[in-house]
Design a protein around this ligand. Structure first.
Ligand SMILES: Nc1ncnc2c1ncn2[C@@H]1O[C@H](COP(=O)(O)OP(=O)(O)OP(=O)(O)O)[C@@H](O)[C@H]1O
Ligand SMILES: [Mg+2]
Length: 484
């Protein structure tokens, strides 16, 4: 026993902690309260209190250099307490608590045997770590993790990418396809899953990859350009006219036709100054060396995903090029969403597939989120078995409507108060109990909350280690015609 209940209120209790045990109780610890029912609770704050005169701490303060033992002077007037959120009632699993425990119910630390129900077997569950301070593996329900969308948030170096690598390693075993937008080269050959069986690194120039990424120019829509840069009203009108006439060939037309010819082709409905500005803007896009006309990586990626492979898009030299990041993530994700929609319409079954977006704030900030395909994916991807996992070090920059759609949130160390507050205010999961704990997590420690776990789990994520290497050589993949 480490203490007893001294106050209770619907979903929380205050525990008196025995003096000698105070430093064995950690924020986030799981406790069991033995009353008529067995309640599971979680420590959300720890503090000291005193009874009697309100100025007792002051009296003690002025005497601190002369006394070592308070009790000989003041008697038994000081005690330690912890506030704990009630997570539920243990009953061969966990059920919502509709009652509160009695005064003075005994409290002890939760043990592995209390929480065995967490360890679920089967193809729907993956193991990603252990309960903090306990030798009990944690499993998450991968189906709801994927299709109900997820977020992994923590400051730089807190262990986000390691968490995703551990999740993906499990997905390889379960043969669940996944595509990672690996902006900073954390998942490919250098530090990640590159070379493992069933993993394909599709790279931009500057990366070590299995195949190079080539995106057809025809796949770029006016919407993609809007995500990358702002267009004036006149430029919007001009793009609409050109797109109406040239369709998918609009960028080719705009980049390869003389400025004055464009003006006259459109009977002066577009001003020369507008055409010049647009041509300047799109020149950079058209000249990207990953834009190609022959090989089409999109169908290659789709085919490999259908074969339940893991695709890593390594951005190589483009890791700091926001335009390239926005363009590539948008095109590939839209292509997959449209294909998955089409398959559903045709009555074909698709396997649930996870898209992982690192540096998510670049696309999912307040200004651009709604313009991106990712807002469609979090809204309707579930119907088509396509899920999004958002990874970011600054959740304060992620648009709240996106955060609200992430039904599993893995919180790692967050030292910035604005990040913590934004996450708590925007998430559909009630994260307020973890406000203090979020800033005290060690590297690799996490709070896993939401739909894929039975209650918010204090976790220590496994450290990723590379698994089996592949032996097969890369098969050639060619398309006779562009299927877009
Ligand atoms: N679960 C873990 N157990 C032990 N060490 C870990 C764990 N997670 C991360 N680390 C250590 O911390 C380092 C940083 O982790 P990681 O690259 O996952 O952080 P990150 O949050 O993705 O950072 P960034 O935002 O800079 O990309 C790892 O290289 C590893 O050494
Ligand atoms: Mg990272």
């Amino acid at each position: 026993m480490i203490g007893k209940v001294i106050a209770a209120e619907s979903d929380k209790i205050t525990a008196r902690i025995l003096l000698d045990d105070i430093e064995t109780v950690n924020m986030g610890d799981l406790l069991v309260i033995e009353s008529r029912f067995k309640y599971l609770a979680r420590v959300s704050s720890i503090f000291s209190r005193n009874i009697g005169e309100p100025n007792l701490p002051d009296k003690m303060a002025v005497l601190t250099d002369r006394i070592d033992d308070m009790e000989s002077l003041f008697g038994n007037q000081f005690y330690y307490a912890a506030e704990c959120g009630i997570l539920g009632v243990l009953d061969s699993g966990i059920k919502p608590a509709k009652t509160i425990p009695k005064f003075l119910s005994k409290i002890r630390k939760a043990e592995s045997k209390d929480l065995k129900f967490l360890l679920k077997e089967g193809k729907n569950y993956i193991k990603i770590g252990k309960l903090r301070n306990m030798d009990l593996p944690i499993t998450i329900d991968i189906d709801s993790f994927i299709t109900k969308h997820a977020g992994v948030f923590g400051k730089t170096g807190s262990g986000k990418s390691n968490t995703i690598k551990v999740i993906i390693r499990e997905m390889i075993t379960h043969r669940i396809p996944c595509l990672v937008f690996d902006i900073h080269g954390e998942y490919g050959y250098k530090r990640g899953l590159g070379g493992m069986e069933n993993v394909i690194v599709v790279g931009l120039p500057g990366s070590e990859s299995d195949v190079s990424l080539t995106v057809p120019l025809q796949m770029i829509t006016p919407g993609d350009v809007r995500v990358m840069t702002t267009l004036t009203e006149a430029q919007e009108d001009a793009v609409a006219l050109i797109y109406k006439r040239s369709g998918r060939g609009w960028l080719e037309y705009l980049s390869q036709t003389g400025t004055e010819d464009i003006v006259s082709n459109f009977e002066n409905k577009i001003q020369i100054i507008t055409v010049l500005a647009l041509q300047r803007k799109i020149e950079r896009i058209v000249n990207y060396n990953f834009i190609g006309r022959d090989f089409d990586s999109l169908n290659y990626i789709l085919e490999k995903i259908k074969q339940e492979k893991i695709i890593i898009i390594d951005f190589g030299d483009y890791e700091h090029d926001d335009w390239a990041i926005k363009l590539i993530t948008s095109i590939i994700s839209r292509f997959l969403l449209n294909k998955y929609k089409k398959y559903k319409k045709e009555g074909h079954k698709t396997k649930e597939t996870l898209l992982v977006l690192e540096e998510a704030h670049k696309l999912l900030n307040r200004d651009t989120a709604k313009k991106t395909v990712f807002s469609n994916i979090v809204r309707e991807g579930r119907k088509f078995n396509l899920g999004l996992c958002v990874v970011d070090q600054m959740p304060q920059k992620i648009f709240e409507e996106i955060l609200a759609q992430l039904n599993t949130v893995i919180i790692m160390l967050l030292t910035n108060i604005k990040d913590r507050e934004h996450l708590i205010l925007s998430s559909e999961n009630d994260l307020s109990d973890f406000k203090k704990e979020m800033k005290r997590l060690d590297i690799g420690e996490a709070i896993i909350t939401g739909i894929s776990v039975p209650f918010p789990i204090p976790a220590k994520i496994d450290l990723f280690k590379k698994g089996h290497s592949k032996e097969e050589s890369f098969d050639q993949f060619e398309f006779n015609e562009l299927d877009i």
